[in-house]
Write a new protein. Structure first.
Length: 412
């Protein structure tokens, strides 16, 4: 007889789970709840008294069931930006997400993405007006709570209303698995090129240490100094403001050093190709000089026929301007397009253990950041001799991604 471990998502270890809530949304017995782990990531909990071992959660878990056979045609790649300067400057890269959202809303559809919720906890929300798209705009570099949104999207799509769903690739894969075939054509899936998500608990402690309960606005991607020199900008209710380059901010430093990321992000199965979304969006880091612009430049990968059609519509309507580019050009500045691997610092374990025990974030940062700098310097020194090997490894990885993409002609 099959055990609970074989038939449920209990077989997904904490190391692999992405917190996408695909299982929670799928369970017909309401036997799964989602809770924040001591490290600060969403994790499913099964109520064994309710579970009948039907196996549905396994079928809808992207870690176990995501089909890499989908979306295997080579993407059309563009450098792109919104023609609305206000939108462009207020967005993380070129503002393409907002322009996609604008056309969906103009057609009477709804847009789903990540907004700040109560207590500065991001959550996926469904919006139906252009005014509310502002809530979704901008990257929040912490996990977004999905709640029951996947179920709501399925119901909306089944009613024939168009949905634009945007999220990290693991969330988009969960959304794709949740959609029955007859509802799939009503949904445009947009996945982001995704570095990783850092711990929500680390962010909460950092926020309280810096601003107490006084925070009024917070942006991870403020463009005041320009797109390539983006920074954190926060304001408090008492009128104080805090602006700092991302790499100088104490949360930004730990994120960039990969110190407190979700474990599945160090070996992410949703990066590289084929992608989960009809469209992939990211920053066009390493954009060719003639298109570089401090107002922000997005990279678009149009992965499916539906994605290509949507991008063509946006260009025709004048919402975005595009320049045709190439996958290898886009991937040169954005390693996440070709690999889900990321070295895990040896200090992560002790940092996370202490964070989970409640040691304040600022104290941990003071203690471990200097050691982190030392180990990074050592790693750099050791890799100096291996730079050629690294270059060869990158081209090998790029070839592996391209070999998974077949010539066009198959429907999605
Ligand atoms: C956690 C994270 C890591 C990223 N890492 C990279 C990277 O390594 N390289 C790269 O090129 N681009 C990365 N991006 C994408 C990049 O930051 C921009 O989101 C992207 O370029 C689109 O920008 P935009 O100007 O079109 O729109 P924006 O308005 O900036 O995009 C906002 C969209 O991002 C979604 N979003 C915001 N925060 C979250 C979240 N926490 N979880 C899920 N969805 C969210 C919103 O729902 C909205 O749909 C990352 C984004 C996130 C959220
Ligand atoms: S096996 Fe079925 S009942 Fe049990 S948790 Fe999974 S989906 Fe729910
Ligand atoms: S569906 Fe998502 S949240 Fe559930 S076990 Fe799988 S990865 Fe984790
Ligand atoms: S790196 Fe991978 S596992 Fe982590 S949030 Fe992004 S898509 Fe999900």
């Amino acid at each position: 007889m099959a055990s609970a471990r074989d038939t449920t998502i209990e077989q997904v270890s904490d190391d692999r789970c992405t917190g996408c809530a695909g299982c929670y949304n799928a369970c017909p017995q309401d036997a799964i709840s989602m809770a924040l782990s001591p490290e600060g990531f969403y994790r499913p909990l099964i109520d064994q008294d309710r579970c009948n071992q039907c196996g549905v959660c396994v079928a809808k878990c992207p870690v176990l069931s995501w089909q890499v056979e989908a979306n295997t045609t080579p993407p059309d790649v563009y450098a792109a930006w919104s023609t609305d300067d206000e939108v462009r400057k207020a967005s993380s890269s070129g503002g393409v997400f907002s322009e996609l959202a604008r056309t969906t809303i103009a057609k009477g559809g709804v847009v789903v993405g990540c907004a700040w919720g109560d207590g500065w906890v991001p959550e996926h929300a469904i919006v139906a007006s252009w005014e509310d798209v502002v809530r979704l705009r901008g990257s929040k570099y912490i996990p977004s709570r999905i709640g029951g949104v996947l179920r709501d999207v399925v119901a909306t799509a089944q009613s024939g209303r168009e949905v634009l769903f945007c999220g990290t690739p693991c969330q988009v894969a969960a959304m794709a698995l949740a959609l029955p075939d007859e509802a799939r054509d009503s949904v445009i899936l947009v996945d982001l090129i995704c570095n990783s998500v850092p711990s929500l608990r680390a962010f909460e402690q950092y926020r309280l240490a810096l601003f107490g309960d006084d925070l009024d606005s917070y942006s991870f991607r403020d463009q005041t100094l320009g797109w390539t020199r983006f920074g954190v900008r926060a304001t408090t209710r008492t009128g104080e403001s805090y602006t700092i380059q991302f790499g100088q901010d104490s949360f930004g430093k730990g994120f960039l050093a990969a110190l407190f990321l979700m474990t599945s992000c160090y070996d992410c199965q949703f990066q590289g190709g084929p992608r989960a979304g009809d469209i992939t969006l990211g920053d066009f880091w390493g954009v060719p000089a003639q298109w570089s612009d401090e107002r922000g430049v997005s990279v678009i990968l149009a992965n499916t026929a539906a994605g290509r059609q949507r991008v063509a519509e946006l260009v025709e309507s004048g919402g975005i301007e595009v320049q045709r580019s190439d996958f290898s050009v886009a991937a040169r500045g954005n390693r996440r397009l070709i690999s889900g691997q990321k070295p895990k610092p040896a200090l992560r374990a002790v940092f996370m253990r202490k964070l989970a025990q409640g040691v304040p974030f600022d104290r941990l940062a003071r203690r471990y950041y200097p050691m982190l700098r030392l180990s990074l310097a050592l790693r750099l020194l050791l890799s100096q001799g291996g730079r050629r090997t690294l270059g060869a490894k990158l081209s090998q990885e790029m070839r592996a991604v391209l070999s998974k993409l077949r010539p066009r002609g198959r429907p999605r």
